[in-house]
Design a protein around this ligand. Structure first.
Ligand code: DGL
Length: 286
């Protein structure tokens, strides 16, 4: 078992840069914590690679973060890895608190007025047994329509090093979003419309504007970053490992980011979404 205390970092990982959307919320909720983030971009997308591969990567990353960084908790900032591997992860690391991310079907069902909810996620998530379990648990009176979005994670990963409004990947992202939202049905607030869209993949938070253009201003878009951050706080309090938040001794939170993909892509994403300089990023072997 590794040694850790309240100054130890919280580990966060995703198949790539999508989990930075969760990290943004974690830093807002827990400004005094140290974080270490791992983007497994050299192996993304997970959602089109099958469960065995995702399990193997998830366990290897948890081992690395525990052994090299002595993390006190692990946030799996990836819906695909959570649905495929969270059970194995918890049994392989029984002393490590693990916080997963799942599509927010429950809040969507309780807030939808038309009782018709759209869910976009990776193929791995949509086809998982866990997703089916969630769907059944909350479908009383609510119709869920789900759409796997092949190609979208890859395009988002590629887009960070291009111009945010005119690059080739953003054009591809708009086309894919058009196809996938179109396949779900009509969006709006009238009877029969989908009035709530669940983002079941952490990468999609970064294309909210493109989605909004397609589904209109009145549709409620739900993601899970903020509730996951609050859950992480609860777990740290329970374990008595929350960083000191009071008075002058409260530390400023630190952050370092690692990638198994291209360093320049992580640096571009860190600058665009977290306003962090390149010195916060390092490369790791895939
Ligand atoms: N951000 C991951 C998720 O939430 C994307 C998985 C992938 O790489 O396909 O599912």
């Amino acid at each position: 078992m590794s040694q850790h205390n309240s100054a130890s970092p919280v580990g966060v990982f995703d198949s790539g840069i999508g989990g930075l959307s969760v990290l943004q919320e974690l830093r807002r909720e827990l400004p005094h914590e140290n974080f270490v983030y791992l983007a497994d971009s050299g192996n993304a997308p997970y959602g089109e690679r099958g469960d065995d591969f995702v399990k193997q990567r998830t366990l290897a990353i948890a081992r690395y973060l525990q052994d090299e960084h002595h993390i006190k908790a692990l946030v799996v900032a990836c819906n695909t890895a959570t649905t495929a591997a969270v059970a194995e992860l918890r049994s392989a690391f029984p002393d490590l608190p693990v916080i997963g991310v799942e599509p927010a079907l429950k809040p969507a069902a309780s807030s939808s007025q038309t009782h018709r909810v759209g869910v976009i996620a990776t193929r791995g998530t949509v086809q998982s047994a866990r997703f089916e379990q969630l769907r059944q648990a909350f479908s009383d009176g609510t119709e869920f329509r789900s759409q796997p979005c092949d190609g979208l994670v890859r395009a988002i990963e590629r887009s960070v090093e291009e111009d945010a409004t005119t690059g080739p990947s953003i054009t591809e992202i708009r086309q894919l979003c058009d196809r996938y939202t179109g396949a779900l049905g009509s969006f709006g607030v009238r009877t029969g419309d989908i009035d709530t869209l669940v983002l079941g993949c952490t990468h999609y938070v970064f294309i909210k504007d493109e989605l909004r253009q397609l589904i209109g201003p009145d549709v409620h878009i739900i993601d899970t970053g903020a509730p996951v951050a609050r859950q992480t706080r609860r777990i740290l309090v329970q374990r008595n490992t929350l960083a000191d938040e009071t008075g002058e001794s409260a530390p400023a939170g630190g952050l370092h980011l690692y990638t198994t993909g291209r360093l320049s892509a992580l640096q571009a994403a860190a600058e665009r979404w977290l306003h962090l300089g390149p010195e916060h990023c390092s490369a790791l072997p895939a």
